[in-house]
Ligand binder design. Structure first.
Ligand code: Q9C
Ligand code: ZN
Length: 348
């Protein structure tokens, strides 16, 4: 039976954000390890996945995507969270921002000031192992990209934490290191001339857009819920087309809340046209399943079956494709949705 290679990092089960702060209140954090437990279970049951452990850690590539200062901050703050966690015997000790930069004079010397400088929301805590776990997650995306270079047509990286909200120098939206961007940069460092990224998470991939906004070697196409209704609120509008050399290499398809299979599929067809016109060497997919109808923080109403159609449309390009896990928080159907998508990729 035809299988799809899957990469994951075992440490992704050790990330335990407890709560996100919304409007001054602590809400239960949706980005739980139950998500990947459910996906792993469904993959094992499906018989279509060849599951591998990733041991890749590539700080070198990560530092081509993110600023040196940002990565240094993430590492140091993780170390400081670890010290406090150990000293207080509090394994879930977490660091959140309290203030954000405004019209100041460029100073961010205090620890609290730095937290606001490097995070754009209050949903993305730094805990005792955050830096290492985020690096492992990006490593799983690189491991997947390595297989593409060996000639695999379809690969899936089961990354957690997710990545597409992480900008060059900011964490947010449960993301610390932009996994899909790291995979793209890895492929380019190995000689790829053109890489396309298709992002179908329900939230706009502001981080990926930010990272490649000025570049024409990486085309970024996003389909998501209208940002006037949904996180990340400030980006994902249709008039964001890229900048300088990158002008014409960024496309956003914001769709109305409650969009169902048929209308969604029409938009997917239009979005994918940009990719076939671009003729990339590789296609990377930010695969978020928070578009599903049972999604607790989504906004669309896609069926489990639709993901198979979507996978089929992506596979039909015949471009070597790495799908990288992003969001999806309906923990009892998430795995089924992933399997449906992978079946589409495999042409089943
Ligand atoms: N209390 C990803 O899907 N807003 N991130 C949640 C609900 C943040 C989603 C508000 C959503 C971030 C990778
Ligand atoms: Zn999302």
């Amino acid at each position: 039976m035809k299988e799809i290679p899957v990469y994951y990092a075992p440490s992704s089960f050790e990330h335990f954000p407890q709560y996100e702060i919304f409007n001054g209140k602590n809400d239960l954090h949706e980005e739980s390890s139950a998500r990947i437990a459910n996906i792993m279970h469904a993959l094992e049951m499906s018989g279509i996945a060849d599951i591998n452990i990733s041991t890749v850690k590539s700080l070198g590539i990560v530092e081509r995507v993110h600023s040196y200062d940002y990565i240094k901050y993430l590492k140091k703050t993780t170390e400081s969270a670890r010290e406090t966690a150990l000293a207080n015997n509090d394994p879930i000790f977490a660091i959140y921002p309290s203030v954000h930069p405004y019209n100041n004079f460029g100073h961010a010397e205090n620890a609290v000031a730095l937290r606001g400088t490097y995070a754009f929301d209050t949903y993305t805590p730094i805990m005792r192992n955050t830096y290492e776990i985020a690096l492992d997650s990006a490593g799983a995306a690189i491991a997947g990209a390595m297989l593409l270079r060996e000639g695999q047509p379809q690969v899936y990286a089961l990354t957690r934490p997710p990545g597409h909200h992480a900008e060059k120098a900011m964490m947010g939206g449960y993301c610390y290191i932009n996994n899909v961007a790291v995979a793209a940069e890895y492929l380019i460092s190995k000689g790829a001339k053109k890489v396309a990224i298709f992002d179908f998470d329900v939230h706009h991939g502001n981080g990926t857009q930010d990272i490649f906004y000025d570049r024409k070697d990486v085309l970024v196409v996003n389909i998501h819920a209208e940002p006037k209704e949904k996180f990340p609120y400030y980006t994902g509008y249709q008039d964001e087309h890229g900048n300088g050399e990158g002008e014409g290499y960024n496309f956003n398809y914001p769709l109305k809340l409650h969009t169902e299979d048929e209308a969604y599929d029409q938009a997917v067809k239009r979005a994918l046209e940009h990719i076939s016109r671009f003729c990339p060497d590789y296609l990377l997919v930010s695969a978020g399943f928070d578009t599903h109808k049972e999604e607790p923080i989504g906004g669309f109403s896609l069926s489990t079956e639709y993901y198979k159609t979507l996978g089929g449309r992506i596979a039909r390009f015949g471009i070597p494709t790495l799908s990288v896990q992003e969001g999806g928080y309906a923990t009892d159907v998430l795995g089924q949705n992933v399997v449906s998508y992978l079946k589409g990729l495999l042409g089943k």
